[in-house]
Ligand binder design. Sequence first.
Ligand code: RIB
Length: 303
Amino acid sequence: MYKNIKAAVAGSINMDLILKAPHIPECGENVVGSDYGYANGGKGANQATALAKLGAKVKMIGKVADDANGRKLVENLEKNGIDASGVAKDGTQTGLAAILLDGEGRNRIIVYEGANAQINPKEAVEAIDADTQLLLVQFETSEDVVTAVVNHAIESGITTVIDCGPAKNFALEKMQGATILSPNESETKALTGIDPKNEADVLQASVILKERSKAEFIVLKLGERGCSLYDGKELKFFSAFESKVVDTTAAGDCFTAALALEYVRSGNIEKACITGNKAGSIAVSRLGAENSMPTVDEVFGLN
Ligand code: RIB
């Protein structure tokens, strides 16, 4: 279904340390954990893995260090069929995320950027192959890298999808005219000052995001409420699919990848929102970041 689509992801690659506990400690509190483990993560690598699992041809552009975590993460990308030739291996330390997971599957994440903050913007642009049809970026690398690759992709006529994680007030004005801009609730608040709680807030935030970015479509990820779509004229909502929440980590990454891929395939943004919701609902029902990404059969098996 998606196997003829050539995608590139410019973004972060992290080793995730996941610690589970009944609740997240308050300041000064000690909590006994129930489980821990290491997992391959990073918003960029998660989105690349989601695209690859859905069947696309994917090139990863990023940076790790030549250390044990860096080597393991690159090996894993390759194992997932991702072209890792765009991943430089000369960072000082590979990125690390400490993910605290509570009894209800909600997370709190601290990211040490490491090599992700050392990507060279020019090298990142040069790594985008001329026949790329889709570029996916997030905000877990430097603003210079994101701006450079997005502007290059827009100028080259590549479908460009910006996932606005993690939350920060990024200078959207520096990269105008992407195809889709997609923040979650906290990212929307960081970018607009508006918490998208109800329909009026969603609309107001979407209008601001559209004005600032001039993106063709603004798609807000609204967690258990699904997502909203604003095209400059109309606001629509698409409900989430039911699932038992085990771990919300990377569900947004999965949503964005599926949204982007379906939009490139069909050119239908509404279908793309529904596909994103389906994929995200599967990702929340599984533990881990990239391990939770569904296959195309799983996504299209959902009704
Ligand atoms: O979006 C989830 C990701 O955020 C995790 O894999 C972690 O690495 C952080 O970057």
